[in-house]
Ligand binder design. Structure first.
Ligand SMILES: NC(=O)c1ccc[n+]([C@@H]2O[C@H](COP(=O)([O-])OP(=O)(O)OC[C@H]3O[C@@H](n4cnc5c(N)ncnc54)[C@H](OP(=O)(O)O)[C@@H]3O)[C@@H](O)[C@H]2O)c1
Length: 374
């Protein structure tokens, strides 16, 4: 049995607990194993994860206040390579070296951030610490996909989340809001919102649905994502629900408008305006901007034009496709039908999961992405 794999698996499994809480840093989970000299007796004596808002790091939390025993061997397990760059605090590698009692470090993957990427590992080895890396690499790459995409291709991991009728429509009529999914799905979706960094919608969805875009799962409200709106003309009404809460929940509008009087009114409500000139106003640059502020995982929640443009530009990684127990007739020739888009596309998508929520279903479709080697 590979004991390292067992402990690293615990770390990876535990990452789930802190998804969405560590922005703008990636979530990391670490444990400290205390072993007898012959490695027959092993005990987890400390564990730690990246703190809320990203600092202190997991390894620092593991070592904090820990008192080692004599005649014991200590191994630090971590989901990601310990950092070695000096930021607001001393680096984790430096803390590990200074602790003097950690003899081995085991982690899944190199940190894709260019300031670390293999350098942390080298420093540990240079200081006499044994290192084993690359454990459960495939699983870890999947867990860190948003972080890897952010650092390697300057965009977050993008999820398209849609609710469609049995026959693929996202609303009963054009420019109306339709209830498609049941209460269980809605609850599940709010939990999902707590696990990601940002949520994006097109301006028309706000005008029609007047949505809040916050996480309203009980107890998780404080993990509401950053709310992002595409509104090139900057013509949204200040009185929309979303702007009543923008002092509490970070809200960003992307625009190519220069209308300073409208800027002022939004700024009063603490809404951030990100200006991109008309010629550069496109999804790729919007994602790049979000990536630069630390967004690793983004959910796109509509509407039709927005879904369709992300899909056509192939700027997504997974589709969360909920199907309600309703059938909409296409009386008004309202054309946004996601099934149609899926069926006419040559993109290869694989079905990752199918789940029932009462009489509704969820299918997660996965786009295969060649990730740059890390
Ligand atoms: N069932 C569901 O899952 C679901 C979810 C959400 C919404 N909906 C429904 O969808 C309908 C609204 O959809 P819609 O198609 O009318 O509008 P939409 O996608 O919500 O908004 C369209 C607007 O978003 C911005 N936008 C979209 N793609 C863009 C791109 N590639 N680059 C830059 N800006 C972009 C543009 O805003 P500017 O022109 O202001 O720049 C565009 O006019 C409503 O009926 C709503 O209820 C359904």
């Amino acid at each position: 049995m590979d004991i390292d794999k067992t402990y690293i698996n615990i770390c990876l499994f535990s990452l789930k607990q802190i998804l969405g809480t560590t922005f703008p840093n990636p979530p990391v989970f670490s444990i400290l194993l205390e072993s007898s000299k012959n490695f027959i007796e092993n005990k987890i004596v400390s564990h730690g994860f990246t703190s809320i808002s990203g600092r202190p790091h997991a390894e620092a939390n593991v070592l904090n206040l820990f008192k080692p025993k004599k005649n014991k061997i200590y191994t630090l397990y971590s989901t990601l390579e310990p950092c070695c760059h000096v930021g607001r605090e001393e680096s984790c590698v430096s803390k590990i070296i200074k602790s003097k009692f950690i003899k081995r470090v085991v982690f899944c993957i190199n940190d894709p951030d260019h300031r670390v990427n293999g350098k942390g590992k080298k420093m540990l080895i240079k200081n006499g610490i044994k290192v084993r890396s690359g454990l459960l690499k495939k699983k870890a790459i999947e867990a860190y996909k948003g972080y890897i995409l952010n650092r390697k291709v300057s965009r977050p991991k993008v999820y398209l989340k849609l609710a469609v009728s049995m026959n693929g429509f996202i609303s009963r009529k054009k420019n109306t809001r339709s209830m498609i999914t049941n209460k269980i799905v809605n609850k599940y979706n709010h939990i999902l919102r707590s696990e990601i960094d940002a949520i994006l919608v097109g301006s028309n969805t706000l005008k029609i649905d007047n949505c809040f875009l916050t996480c309203r799962a009980q107890g998780l409200e404080k993990y509401s994502p950053i709310r992002v709106i595409l509104n090139s003309k900057l013509d949204l009404d200040y009185n929309l629900n979303i702007f009543n809460h923008s002092k509490k929940y970070q809200t960003i509008i992307f625009t190519s408008s220069n209308d300073k009087s409208r800027y002022e009114n939004f700024l009063k409500r603490k809404v951030q305006i990100k200006y991109i000139s008309k010629s550069k106003y496109n999804l790729r640059n919007i994602l790049k901007e979000l990536s630069s502020i630390g967004v690793l995982n983004l959910i796109v929640e509509g509407g039709g034009e927005t879904f369709s443009s992300f899909f056509k530009a192939k700027l997504f990684d997974e589709i969360y496709l909920y199907r309600g127990n309703c059938f909409f007739e296409n009386k008004e020739r309202y054309s946004f039908n996601f099934d149609k888009i899926l069926n006419s596309s040559s993109l290869k998508l694989s079905s990752k999961l199918k789940k029932n929520f009462g009489n509704n279903t969820l299918e997660i479709l996965h786009k295969n992405n060649k990730l740059v080697n890390i």
